[in-house]
Design a protein around this ligand. Structure first.
Ligand code: SD4
Length: 324
């Protein structure tokens, strides 16, 4: 994993150098210009997700379709052990998934504690489009998915099962927050399309070895994801409990509404996490934001969080600034 991360970092650096350093590093478009289309997403798996989203954005498609198609790549990839199929299970050995989606109209849909469905984001979208509700959970979400034609599948891959069995040997009694980037790699993805509309999606298998029934921030509109088409959008990664406590992504968007640039809005939200969580040195929380002009930024507590950006300058990784 470390090797893959290092490789991707080096590839990203290579593409920055060959693709024009100025453009690749720019976080704000020139005054008056809108940097669109653009898609940004959390962690290295964001590169592949961005590529799928970009195909839709570049041909004039809707941001909503782009964010769904983007994160479905990550959900379907068994190598990504923190999202969808192949995600690490809870402490009882069950893979339980959380996801949400939000569009330029402020419409949103969400599923939480959903089992056996490879692409929870697609179910979340149908909750948004086909029901009068925002959120379905557990068995109800599964029943809805099956009624919509989704297949029931075993999401626990042999690799994740093996890791879970090894973890069981240690039998820790305590459920602890871990800052380990290997087990906190939710994908949050934000897109601004050629029409100037924003959408976002967020999907995860949550914290590895969590208590059965635990739901994090990722399917909670306002916490793990928020989009306001007049202002911008934000998504979160890291220890979900800390994000929920400050309704993090709504806060980031409100800071942007007050005039802060995306990175500063993320930094202010991280400061709020720190204020409200005396144990902040033990946890990781990162926010990623994109505004209406196509400017983006990120900030996190611990070093180690990075994100993928795809715009006219290409698809590349950027390290987020951190407080510690
Ligand atoms: C959670 N926030 O369930 C998610 C996990 C995560 O990057 O973000 N991983 O708490």
């Amino acid at each position: 994993m470390t090797t893959r991360r290092t490789f991707l970092k080096l590839s990203a650096l290579g593409s920055m150098l060959t693709g024009g350093v100025l453009k690749a590093c720019a976080q704000s478009p020139a005054a008056g210009a809108v940097n669109k289309p653009i898609v940004i997403s959390t962690w290295e798996h964001g590169l592949a997700a961005n590529a799928a989203a970009w195909d839709i954005l570049a041909s004039g498609g809707r941001a909503l379709d782009a964010v769904e198609a983007g994160v479905m790549v990550t959900e379907s990839d068994p190598e990504t052990r923190t999202v969808g199929y192949g995600g690490r299970p809870d402490r009882n050995g069950h893979v339980t998934l959380d996801a949400c989606i939000m569009d330029e109209r402020g419409d949103c849909g969400s599923v939480a504690f959903l089992q056996h469905i490879k692409n929870p984001i697609a179910v979340a979208r149908l909750v948004m489009e086909k029901t009068p509700h925002v959120m379905l959970v557990g068995q109800g979400a599964l029943d809805f998915a099956l009624a919509q034609g989704f297949q029931k599948e075993n999401l626990l891959t042999p690799e994740s099962e093996q890791e879970w069995r090894e973890w069981m040997q240690t039998q820790p009694d305590e459920v602890k927050a871990e800052i380990n980037v290997e087990n906190h790699d939710t994908i949050g993805l934000l897109a601004l399309d050629q029409h100037g509309n924003l959408s976002g999606a967020c999907t995860t298998s949550g914290a590895a070895w969590k208590l059965h029934g635990r739901v994090g921030d990722s399917p909670i509109i306002g916490a793990g994801l928020y989009v306001d088409n007049d202002v911008g959008g934000a998504c979160a990664t890291g220890w979900g409990e800390a994000v929920v406590r400050i309704v993090g992504c709504h806060l980031v968007v409100e800071f942007m509404r007050q005039g802060h640039a995306p990175e500063e809005a993320c930094r202010l939200a991280v400061e709020r996490v720190i204020e409200k969580n005396p144990d902040y040195r033990e946890i990781q929380v990162g926010f990623l934001a994109l505004n209406k002009e196509g400017a983006y930024g990120s900030y996190c507590i611990q070093p180690g969080f990075n994100f993928a950006v795809y715009d006219a300058a290409g698809n590349r990784m950027i390290d987020a600034k951190s407080r510690l």
